[in-house]
Design a protein around this ligand. Structure first.
Ligand SMILES: Nc1ncnc2c1ncn2[C@@H]1O[C@H](COP(=O)(O)OP(=O)(O)O)[C@@H](O)[C@H]1O
Ligand SMILES: O=P(O)(O)OC[C@H]1O[C@](O)(COP(=O)(O)O)[C@@H](O)[C@@H]1O
Length: 309
């Protein structure tokens, strides 16, 4: 079974403010509230693709109640650890550009952390655990690493989608999948990545560090995927971008759904890109129908890594 772990969930409050004036009074229109946080988005997409999953992590306060109710009403299976402090609200401003303000997250007590960690002891080598998103301030940068070490003996398949120090700490771990975007990949190696060629070079280093499947998403420029000795490069299908929040999480979910369905690596990656773009082309996360329609429209180039030009 696939478990997702969102230690720092959010309500995503999406508001159109156009034009946006820094330091002035802005009045927003078209407000929307969605349950958010990277693992939660992965869980929502997996559920839409009929994959059995369970969402884990921390939820608290009135905002936590909103997320729990929203997930239940969508049929997303979850078992969050209750915390005293309220879950954060992340503000996403739509205008000429997308501006995001992600809060620091709820305070987490040691007893709450212990209760969460205990849940992971039931996982086995047949399971996947998606570690996704930032860490709340109260947890150390190596918290994901602590989880990995705890699960090592049980050979749980680990999927990582995070950034900054939490990502740096995980390099060298034998993960099943990592999906940084090209900015996060650049941050990891202390370089700026602007082309697919540069992304491929650094993605190869992640593959060589022991990660089985490496996907680098590049927004509207598509994505690259390295697995064994093959390099897959995908362009995004055509469409009108409406809201890219959750696009990267949809990429992760699409890939895992493909693996769950027994797809070839190429088709799992195709579903990943289709899912990411289907989310970018809609207000909330993608629907199953949109993901499956775009699946047939993703253009893909496959080479042996050595022959990459
Ligand atoms: N402007 C866009 N047009 C079409 N697809 C997009 C666009 N932005 C994102 N996507 C899709 O979503 C995927 C993930 O987007 P990206 O922005 O790289 O991830 P993240 O949300 O993690 O930053 C891309 O690989 C692509 O499939
Ligand atoms: O934990 P972080 O890094 O602050 O990210 C949380 C935010 O990322 C999201 O999960 C969206 O992520 P992506 O756009 O990368 O897919 C939002 O739902 C949430 O507000």
């Amino acid at each position: 079974m696939i478990y997702t772990c969102t230690l720092n969930p959010s309500i995503d409050y999406i508001l159109t403010v156009d034009p946006f004036t820094y330091g002035g009074l802005n009045r927003g229109t078209q407000p929307n509230y969605f349950p958010g946080g990277k693992g939660i988005n992965v869980s929502r997409i997996l559920t839409r693709l009929d994959v059995t999953q369970k969402a884990l992590g921390f939820l608290g306060g009135f905002t936590g109640d909103f997320i729990r109710n929203a997930l239940t009403s969508e049929g997303v299976d979850h078992l969050f650890t209750e915390v005293t402090d309220a879950t954060r609200i992340n503000l996403k401003l739509k205008g000429q550009q997308e501006t995001e303000i992600n809060g620091p997250g709820a305070r987490i007590k040691d007893t709450e952390t212990e209760a969460f960690i205990k849940q992971l002891d039931q996982l086995t080598e047949d399971d996947y655990l998606v570690l996704a998103g930032s860490l709340p301030n109260d947890l150390p940068d190596d918290f994901y690493l602590q989880i990995v070490k705890r699960l090592r003996e049980r050979k749980v398949n680990l999927v990582l989608d995070t950034s900054s120090e939490a990502l740096k700490k995980m390099v060298g771990e034998p993960l099943f999948l990592a999906k940084p975007n090209h900015h996060e990949l650049g941050e990891l190696f202390d370089v700026e990545i602007t082309t697919k060629k540069e992304a491929i070079h650094y993605a190869k280093q992640l593959l060589d560090s022991g990660i089985k499947h490496v996907i680098i998403s590049m927004g509207g420029d598509g994505a690259i995927y390295l697995h064994e000795d093959k390099l897959y490069q995908a362009d995004v299908p055509e469409g009108t971008v409406i809201n890219t929040v959750g696009a990267g999480d949809s990429t992760v979910a699409g890939f895992l759904a493909g693996i769950d369905r027994g797809y070839t690596p190429e088709d799992a990656f195709r579903l990943a890109v289709a899912s990411g773009s289907a989310t970018a082309f809609t207000k909330d996360l993608a629907t199953k129908k949109d993901m499956e329609t775009l699946f047939n429209l993703v253009e893909m180039k496959v080479n042996d890594y050595q022959n990459n030009d």
